[in-house]
Design a protein around this ligand. Sequence first.
Ligand code: FAD
Length: 509
Amino acid sequence: MTTLRLVLGDQLNSRHSWFAQVDPEVVYVLMEIRQETDYVLHHAQKILAIFAAMRRFARALRAAGHRVHYLAIDAPANHQHLCTNLDALIARYAVRRFEYQAPDEWRLDQMLEHYACKLSISAQMVDSEHFLSGRREALSWFGSRERWLMERFYRHMRLRHAVLLDGSGEPAGGRWNFDADNRNPWRGTPPLPADIRTHHDHAALWKAITAAGVNSFGAPQAHSLPWPQDRAEALQQLEAFVANALPQFGPYQDAMHSEAPRLFHGLLSFALNTKMLAPREVIARVEQAWRAGAVPLASAEGFIRQVLGWREYVRNVYWSRMPEYGKLNALDHRRPLPSWFWNGRTHMRCLALAIGQSLSDAYAHHIQRLMVIGNFALLAGLDPQAVHRWYLGVYIDAFEWVELPNTLGMSQYADGGQITTKPYISGAAYIDRMGDYCKGCQYDKRARTGANACPYNALYWQFLDRHRGRLGTLPRLAVAYRQWDRFSTEARAEVREHAELTLQQLDSL
Ligand code: FAD
């Protein structure tokens, strides 16, 4: 009796219990399909890196003795659709049982659930054995509360998984959160960690992908793709991060610098989200480094909060609130993306750098995503759906379960504040404080109005002004509103007028 087991492109977990034993009656299937390359326009590196890692995974399974059916993008028998391919394979292998791991995306979960229901053979979804919390676990203790606070979830996770606790079960160092210690700009020192990633030549695969008619954007770097292709490479990267970058991760977590696209960040999200690495082992390794005295607590805690807190939390938000969550637009923002989102050609230096880097590297760190690109999109009232599609396409680590709550919720406030206590907005002053992005920019970071004024400034005040009805009572915006109210009537009128003009010329900024 043959069993067909589906492995999706973000389920490359070689330590899943499925693979513990070789069973000649089990066929594993992996497929490169247009359905998955085309549901949004993707960065070239994302398509390449996922397909290359899938191929490597399939080879490793075969080498371990498993039966594998691999459908390459250009295989004549590839119908380019998940369910049609599954139908053909079920017939070909006379399959009597179909199994799949819980997909992380709503879209695929629905598709497979529907497909499995209609099958005349038995079908089962099994756990992906990756996450540290259930899909909707937070529902049970946040209940019907409108706003879910990450910090509460995070403390619960620390206690439940006994992470960074002292002997009496209290938070190590006497505090749950060292965020306040973690806000330095980087000015050239300490030295940056070396990038030890292996670069891969995938020119042949790239040729096959383009020949199959797949559209994409961004630089493919097909001769020199820097993303890990398997667990061994991902583990090497984790070790290098812990040794060379983690000690400085905390203090420079929010910094931005034109000569340091990565700063002290981990570059581990692709390996984590494709499940080459387990969050449990990454957290354990970081905690161990702190316990061995190699890493300050503020850095270890800052990093662990991202993986044990934010990553698990946004997944819970996604699964508890989909599909409605994906359609939210609380601020009724409708503007299309300016053309420079696709080529980085804007005179605003911060955006040219952050978007330029995203297009060339398929990577930007958190503050670039949130306080440069996302901040501008929110201030300019860009359509959150268009912003979501751009983020889902451009980043190497973008899978909807993690990207959507971050973009629509945290960054665009399109959920009306379900996961944040205020919108993440700022004028030029914040961007200038956190790095060198304003240096040499043609716009004046101090000016609010006038031809050379930094567009963030007038847009910031106009955003607060136009959304006063909804945001005016938020305690965390009280200071900003008091400041706005101290502007003279003429100054307010000038800001409104300049912001309107700016919005009419977004493409040419
Ligand atoms: P590091 O700074 O080294 O952080 C360590 C790890 O913590 C990351 O690898 C990631 O797994 C996790 N992490 C950190 N912040 C978050 C967060 N807010 N939510 C979930 N996990 C987090 N992350 C994604 O993995 N995929 C996305 O599609 C994605 N889209 C984002 C969109 C926006 C608008 C914003 C503001 C953030 C987004 N993030 C996303 C979160 C974060 O920016 C990335 O996880 C991080 O930049 C990845 O780089 P790194 O591995 O160097 O991270």
